[in-house]
Design a protein around this ligand. Structure first.
Ligand code: BGC
Length: 780
């Protein structure tokens, strides 16, 4: 058996410890107040172990099987092991344990874009709090979420873990999620810092981004979150950014986040990110997970030789101990293994419903008829979230659409249940002759759509008042979606056409539900149907949330957190994204990278695989479509309701550089509902100044307004929030002039506007993070 350096050093440490104990030396015991002394009392070996994780805890012997990892313990100094787990949608942990007859099912909360679609910061807090509570009650300390990379392209495989194409919406939803997690005394870990916007070759791709786009878009989301919620930890990303790996970049981690933003927490790497442990320590990345022998050796030797100054290593260790003293395990919390799952299920149901976005409605919704025919495999195989570490994939159950509709009093047309059950089982056999793999990062293949004869359709029309067709898309970590996945498959197109023509011929209507992980094409086929509902992926209570909205028990109030473009390729960012991946890129996460046959050094760098040029610059999402006058299928911020709203009395006042925006929102329709109020601001001469046409600067959500009821909404914007980044001056600058404040119901629908004079404001920052290639940037 090969004995590693890491193992030898553990033995040496144990001997040293027993020697010191036998001499009766009583070591310092860690407390929040004596961290400096404890660091001084640590041996070099202990420090080198402390900055590394303790492997992944997938095996049966682990204390919490199926979790992502833990931190090093030093018993003689009272430093306990602390435990972390993924992620975004809930605590990812094995639900059963080999030597134990209990089960440990955490809640499968909603996917991130569902949460962002609520535009409701209280909802984000509730979800974060629920997850933080489950982490605590199941005995762990630290949840590896929220993931909050910008949605730069609809094909990114992890979009379901991310919030929005807009940094303000992403940053504020993430901030309240973090506050919720940490209100339970659980550590949050916003990730993946930063510009980790594709999965293809994710461990080696270089994101090449202008300083301006970094500051205004990609860093901005994190900056808002850090300043508002002070997360205890942040996870650095796999990718390289303008040269070095993010995890090894001192300008990024120390100069910007620590020095400029004033953040004092602990940076942890993504799992096995980077290639130089010492460089990571020097950059200010305190902990490397899950920890490798070669990293231990490199750090130990560098510390011995002075290449890694002891004060740097001590600072890394100190920040780790500052995290440790806040944890449940340090405090000896007696966990119950019994979080209030019922209360959390209620949160999932409510937030899941509030995150549903009504895109089109002929008036068929809410459903009046009580007999529904459910078409599409997804109607019987609902997708509650993505795959990979972001999804829990171990939730106890997912409430099906059938169960949800029945519980709301609908009669579900039975022959289709039988037909689809048999069809899906046959497809499952065809796709997985040896059974499904127990766990896969990749989203599993899904059944092809069943087609129907005219007789079968006529019988369904007889037996139902309305057809509901569900379309599903699932994505996951480690692979991007392909361009083909953006479009409907032939079988899906045929199904929509056949069902719509048959139902319409008999005077009945068709509703389509989009159970999707990211935007897809709707423009080319939606004129065939009567109502379109983007349900996103709503976690374990999906069927109930859906029925609540379809029945009208809940009036939809969700708004799109990203644009639905007409075609793939319409967004400028699409030019620089790996939209036609093949299976060679799937192995890319395992370091060797794309094109395995060639050693990395011999390989000619390939665009969008080895490097990705962010040539759209700041024109991501609506900032592009809106500024360049391009049409879209559904704009950012769009979402219908079963009622209507009017806006009145918009007033903008200023005091000490803070603009207060007030507007009366009235429910002008006939059903109670909530409304999202979006505040966009346009800078003067935006085109000449090469700024976006308008940008989201704040938002709010009304309470439930009864028909005729009015609520006055108040939002604030500071002069500095209106700044853009000036690369030449290396400064944030708000130009003086007359700005237009717009109350919108989407990026394309301005409901009211007012102007205000804004004074110039500027703040110099460090001239860091320059791209090391010339980028051909889009300008207005
Ligand atoms: C993912 C992270 C995750 C980590 C630990 C990585 O592959 O990128 O999001 O937290 O694994 O499971």
């Amino acid at each position: 058996m090969k004995i590693s350096f890491h193992q030898i050093s553990l033995v040496v440490m144990a001997v040293a410890m027993s020697f010191s104990c036998s001499l009766g030396v009583s070591a310092q015991q860690l407390r929040a107040e004596n961290i400096d002394e404890v660091v001084k009392a640590m041996t070099l070996e202990e420090k080198c172990h402390m900055v590394l994780g303790r492997g992944m805890h997938f095996n049966d012997e682990a204390k919490f099987p199926g979790t992502a990892g833990s931190t090093f313990s030093v018993n003689r100094l009272g430093i306990p092991e602390t435990y972390c787990a993924d992620s975004q949608q809930g605590l990812r942990m094995s639900a059963t344990r080999a030597w134990d007859h209990h089960d440990y099912y955490p809640t499968d909360f909603v996917a991130s874009m569902t949460l962002a679609s609520t535009w409701d910061r209280e909802a984000a807090f509730k979800v974060g709090k629920g997850i933080g509570n489950e982490v605590r009650e199941f005995g762990l300390d630290w949840i590896l979420s929220p993931a909050m990379n910008l949605i730069r392209n609809p094909l990114c495989g992890r979009n379901h873990e991310y919030y929005s194409e807009d940094p303000y919406l992403s940053g504020t939803i993430a901030a309240d999620y973090v506050k919720g997690v940490q209100s339970e005394g659980t550590a949050a870990c916003p990730k993946h810092f930063v510009a980790n916007n594709q999965e293809t070759n994710r461990n080696n791709n270089i994101s090449q981004v202008s300083q301006r786009a970094l500051r205004e878009i990609y860093l901005k989301a994190f900056e808002i979150m850090v300043k508002e919620s002070d997360p205890w930890t942040i996870m650095t990303s796999y990718n390289k950014l303008n040269g070095p790996y993010a995890v090894q970049n001192g300008e990024l981690l120390t100069t910007i986040v620590r020095d400029e933003w004033g953040w004092k927490g602990m940076f942890v790497s993504d799992w096995n990110a980077g290639d130089d442990a010492v460089a990571a320590m020097l950059a200010g990345n305190d902990m490397l997970q899950p920890g490798q022998d070669k990293q231990y050796k490199a750090i130990y030797e560098a510390a011995k030789s002075g290449k890694l100054p002891m004060e740097v290593l001590d600072a890394n260790v100190k920040r780790i101990l500052e995290y440790v003293v806040k944890t449940h395990n340090f405090k000896g919390y007696k966990y119950s293994n019994e979080p209030d799952l019922k209360a959390h299920a209620q949160v999932v149901r409510e937030v899941g419903a509030d995150g549903i976005v009504l895109l089109k409605n002929s008036g068929i919704l809410p459903l009046a008829g009580k007999r529904v025919a459910l078409f599409g495999c997804t109607s019987y195989d609902w997708i509650s979230g993505g795959s990979g570490f972001g999804g829990t994939s171990v939730g106890h159950y997912t409430v099906s659409l059938v169960e949800g509709m029945r519980s709301a009093g609908y009669e579900v047309y039975k022959p289709l249940i039988r037909t689809y059950t048999q069809h899906i089982a046959a497809e499952e056999k065809r796709l997985f002759p040896n059974g499904r793999p127990p766990f896969s990062l990749m989203p599993p293949a899904r059944a092809d759509e069943k087609q129907f004869t005219a007789d079968e359709l006529n019988a369904a029309i007889e037996g139902s008042d309305v057809a509901i067709i569900s379309l599903g898309r699932k994505s996951g970590e480690a692979a991007d979606r392909s361009e083909a996945d953006f479009y409907l498959k032939e079988g899906e197109k045929q199904l929509i056409k056949a069902v719509s023509e048959a139902y319409h011929a008999k005077g009945k209507q068709v509703v389509v539900l989009l159970d999707i992980c990211s935007p897809i094409d709707v423009a080319s086929w939606q004129n065939q149907i009567d109502a379109l509902v983007c349900t996103w992926q709503g976690g374990q209570e999906s069927g109930f949330s859906l029925a609540d909205v379809l029945s009208g028990k809940v009036n939809p109030s969700g708004k799109l957190p990203m644009t639905f473009q007409n075609k793939y390729g319409d967004a400028y960012a699409d030019k620089n994204f790996p939209s036609n991946v093949d299976d060679k890129t799937l192995g890319a996460m395992f370091m060797w990278g794309y094109n395995k046959d060639q050693a990395p050094k011999e390989r000619k760098p390939q665009a969008n695989i080895d490097y990705t040029n962010y040539e759209e610059d700041i024109y991501v999402g609506y900032r592009y479509f809106d500024s360049f006058g391009k049409s879209v299928a559904y704009p950012f911020g769009f979402g219908l309701s079963y009622t209507t709203f009017g806006y009145d009395n918009l007033k903008v006042t200023e005091a000490n550089g803070v603009f207060t925006v007030k507007v009366d929102v009235k429910n002008t329709g006939s059903k109670a509902g909530r409304n999202v109020v979006e505040l966009f601001v346009a800078a003067p001469n935006s085109k000449k100044a090469n700024k976006p046409e308008k940008e989201l600067r704040n938002y709010a959500k009304t309470k439930l307004l009864q028909p005729g009821q009015t609520e006055t909404i108040t939002m604030q914007v500071k002069t500095e929030d209106l700044a853009s980044f000036n690369e030449k001056a290396s400064a944030w600058k708000t130009d003086a002039g007359v700005y237009t404040f717009m109350i919108c119901s989407s990026a394309n629908d301005v409901e009211a506007k007012a102007t205000a004079k804004v004074k110039a404001w500027t703040k110099k920052v460090n001239n860091v993070m320059k791209p090391n290639v010339k980028l051909n940037l889009l300008k207005r």
